[in-house]
Write a protein that binds this ligand. Structure first.
Ligand code: PGA
Length: 250
């Protein structure tokens, strides 16, 4: 059975004190009984304290990135071993901001996927088309290629540590969300693509999250679609009330 997941990507927001405040608010407001796995992804410098803070809660912690190498002369980078050593077992990879602003290619992301999986981390693999791709009706092609080039080299048994996050770039941080029908159409296509390459069991079991301007008032409808297993939330993850409302919507 695939899991329902709501993950908050905090991006480059919240200093140490603000991180603690938001976590306290989340702990206070989060329903204790929920079907969904709840994940938050603060910035690197606040990961260790977030793990400590959330130790006896049902909220997990993810990193927003990892370097592909084990260690070495890579000024400013963070390794999988470092993340694991502070209790972080999940990492978001391939986010569109990493692709667009930091020039991460499918090949580089594939490398990072390998490193994370070798360290027994769970990978939240992000991908999605740009507006021009949708306008030229190449969005299915783009999505298929991102999956094939960044992820489909993995072994069948590694899929249990993979979560997919479809995030159309035109919907990220824009307030414009894919309609529930557009999300379902793409999620169905993604599951079918996984099924063709890896078989029905893996396709049925992999969670596919939707991301892009999910808010309390549209979450329920998007999550009600059969192939949408949760959300990767940006802006609305920064307000406890909104994030908790989105968790409740699932
Ligand atoms: P958004 O971001 O919810 O602010 O659109 C989603 C994301 O970037 O993961």
């Amino acid at each position: 059975m695939r899991k329902k997941i709501v993950a908050g990507n905090w991006k480059m927001h919240k200093n140490a004190e603000q991180t603690e405040d938001l976590l306290n608010e989340l702990i206070a407001k989060m329903p204790t009984e929920t079907d969904a796995q709840v994940i938050v992804a603060p910035t690197f410098v606040n990961l260790a304290s977030a793990v400590d803070h959330l130790e006896f809660t049902n909220i997990d912690v993810a990193a927003q990135n990892v370097h592909q190498a084990e260690a070495g002369a890579f000024t400013g980078e963070i390794s999988a071993d470092m993340l694991k050593s502070v209790g972080v077992n999940t990492v978001i990879l391939g986010h569109s901001e990493r692709r667009a602003i930091f020039h991460e290619t499918d090949a580089l992301i594939a490398n990072k996927v390998d490193t994370a999986l070798e360290h027994d981390m769970t990978v939240i693999f992000c991908f999605g088309e740009e507006l021009k791709d949708r306008q030229s009706k190449s969005h299915f092609n783009i999505v298929e290629n991102q999956l094939k080039d960044g992820l489909f080299h993995i072994q069948a048994n590694q899929w249990e540590n993979v979560v997919l996050a479809y995030e159309p770039v035109w919907a990220i941080g824009t307030g414009e969300t894919a309609s529930p029908e557009q999300a379902q159409e793409m999620h169905e296509f993604i599951r079918q693509t996984v099924r063709t390459a890896f078989g029905i069991e893996i396709a049925d079991n992999v969670s596919i999250l939707y991301g892009g301007s999910v808010k309390p008032d549209n979450a329920k409808e998007i999550f009600s679609k059969p192939d949408v297993d949760g959300g990767l939330i940006g802006g609305a993850a920064l307000k406890a009330e909104d994030f908790v409302a989105i968790v409740k919507a699932i």
